[in-house]
Design a protein around this ligand. Structure first.
Ligand SMILES: Nc1nc2c(ncn2[C@@H]2O[C@H](COP(=O)(O)OP(=O)(O)OP(=O)(O)O)[C@@H](O)[C@H]2O)c(=O)[nH]1
Ligand SMILES: [Mg+2]
Length: 529
């Protein structure tokens, strides 16, 4: 029978050539594939996970030698997961070339403890038996059941991944919480979160090899096809990960782009999002082109069909980018025209800015008593909305709501939304709305100010408004007001709104010297005459 004789053959060869050797054996016990490695590892065939089928094992067991007396390595466990093998068995090669102890691992079905593999107690060669058919049938049954149960849920299911990379644990937790919110906003159902503490991201795969194999196995256990990384992936990392795991891999930027794409309803919004997406995609297309070139190496001088197609794709993308940029430039001109007309009428503009989901649209709604779209999801608002607002002394302003900000706003997205954000330049006052109940509101304030700085708006007068105080414990709002010199309100319960109007009015009409705002000088002088 296969087990012991086969093991002895393998250890003898391994002993002679001082390299690992291995075989893949099918369920009938026939050797399907032979591999020769080096002294520390063996490369398994690059079949990937797909051909095994969803929720199924491949029907092959790997039996391989290790030159030293050691258990299964991380690479062995990764191979077990990526290839969806029935089992991975390593046998150490004894001094006498005879088989030493055998170590066996299987993939574990989904479990509450987060175990990814089951390992048998190391066995002596005489007891080695590769016939775990019963066990494997049982395992496949469980895997198939866990795959079935999930089909009914709507929304794509995903696992989130984040590494500390220099941040402390608390910062990581906040980032993960935010990533979860983003996923929810994109309609993704987060099944699991995998985090890793490491000083910096792995240049090839972000997380280390061990975590990567955990990740692959967990995706397998829960029948998941989508992995979302908190860290932005370089084109190379994205490709490495997708290839090693055969899963769809996206990063936070892509997730945000996705949300924007789902939300964009107006012509402007759609153009801007498409531009951002294409700019994001272009360098990644280039990556794929390089890959296909290297695979085609051998055809001397000839241009492979894949390459030609990719070249075409890239050219098309570049052309489309140029088109979109031209269209957006035209839009920007139109906006400038509109702004000029408004300026002539001397109506000051108050712009509501702030972190996404802070309650900006709710505040606009409360202030103007109009219907504006509000939703408990990040990036509910994409397109600016303007409303007129009458102040107590019959003074009129235009108040605008804008797209929410977020830390590490994707650069391409920011560039694409420049036209929209240009409106902020005309603002006499920025009403900076903060969700006072969020645990990291101070960092969010910083993130918003950073974006404003990048837009050249740091010098704009800013009124800090702490919103959602109805969610704070008694007395906390007063403390915030004193410490941050802000107005505390509840846009939802309409409290503190009068104080907000009084402060805004004072800042627009009284605190600014007319010299700095020539377009309002006439009004100002008139007021005081
Ligand atoms: N409890 C409470 N909830 C609020 C308050 N203001 C807003 N919310 C809720 O917070 C969520 C987000 O409100 P929005 O007004 O859509 O926030 P936004 O800043 O416009 O968000 P984006 O457009 O996505 O950036 C909604 O569920 C609101 O009902 C408030 O004062 N108190
Ligand atoms: Mg909004």
């Amino acid at each position: 029978m296969i087990s012991h004789d086969l093991a002895r053959h393998l250890t003898e060869i391994s002993h002679d050539i001082r390299r690992q050797v291995g075989v893949l054996v099918d369920r009938r016990g026939e050797v399907q594939h032979v591999m020769v490695g080096d002294s520390g590892s063996t490369e398994l065939p690059d079949w990937g996970r797909l051909r095994a089928g969803r929720g199924r094992l491949r029907g092959l067991r790997c039996l391989k030698t290790h030159l030293r007396e050691e258990g299964l390595s991380r690479d062995d466990l990764t191979d077990l997961a990526v290839l969806r093998l029935d089992a991975m068995v390593s046998i150490s090669v004894g001094e006498d070339a005879l088989p030493g102890l055998a170590h066996t691992a299987f993939l574990a079905p989904a479990n509450d403890e987060g175990r990814t593999t089951e390992q048998l107690k190391p066995t002596r060669p005489a007891d080695l038996d590769l016939h775990f058919d019963e066990y494997i049938r049982e395992l496949e049954g469980q895997l198939a059941r866990s795959a079935e149960g999930h089909a009914v849920e709507d929304g794509e299911r995903a696992i989130l991944v984040a590494v500390t990379a220099g941040r402390d644990r608390a910062a990581l937790d906040l980032h993960v919480a935010e990533l979860k919110e983003l996923a929810r906003a994109a309609g993704v159902d987060v099944v699991d979160v995998i985090t890793q503490s490491r000083p910096r991201v792995d240049p090839k795969t972000v997380v280390g090899t061990g975590k990567l194999s955990d990740l692959v196995i967990r995706c397998f256990q829960s029948d998941i096809e989508l992995v979302i990384f908190d860290q932005d992936l370089t084109p190379t990392q994205a490709r490495n990960l997708a290839e090693r795991m055969e899963l769809r891999v996206i990063d936070r930027t892509q997730l945000i782009l996705d949300i924007f794409a789902q939300r964009a309803t107006t012509g402007d919004g759609k153009l801007q999002v498409e531009l951002a997406q294409l700019k994001y995609r272009l360098p990644r297309l280039a990556q794929r082109a390089e890959l296909s070139l290297s695979r085609l190496a051998g055809g001397i001088g000839g241009r492979g069909p894949g390459e030609t197609k990719l070249e075409m794709d890239r050219r098309r993308v570049r052309e489309r980018i140029t088109r979109l940029e031209r269209d957006l430039a035209r839009l920007s001109k139109q906006r400038a025209g509109r702004r000029k007309r408004r300026e002539r009428r001397h109506i000051p503009v108050l712009s509501i800015v702030g972190y996404t989901n802070a309650g900006k649209s709710t505040l606009l709604r409360t202030l103007t008593q109009t219907d504006v779209f509000v939703e408990d999801k990040m990036f509910a608002t994409l397109d600016p909305v303007s409303r007129r607002l009458r102040f107590p002394r019959e003074r009129e302003v235009i108040i605008t709501d804008t797209v929410g900000f977020i830390r590490d706003l994707p650069e391409d997205l920011m560039a694409a939304f420049h036209a929209t954000l240009e409106e902020l330049r005309d603002a006499s006052l920025l009403i900076h709305v903060v969700d006072a109940a969020s645990p990291d509101f101070e960092r969010r304030i910083e993130a918003v100010r950073k974006v404003l700085g990048e837009l050249g708006l740091s010098k704009k007068p800013e009124l800090l408004v702490f919103n959602q105080i109805d969610r704070l414990p008694e007395g906390a709002a007063g403390v915030l007001e004193r410490r941050h010199g802000c107005v505390a309100v509840s846009a939802l319960e309409r409290s503190g709104i009068n104080e907000l109007l009084i402060r805004a009015e004072r800042m627009v009409w009284e605190e600014q010297s007319p010299a700095s705002r020539p377009e309002e000088a006439a009004d100002w002088i008139q007021e005081r005459a």
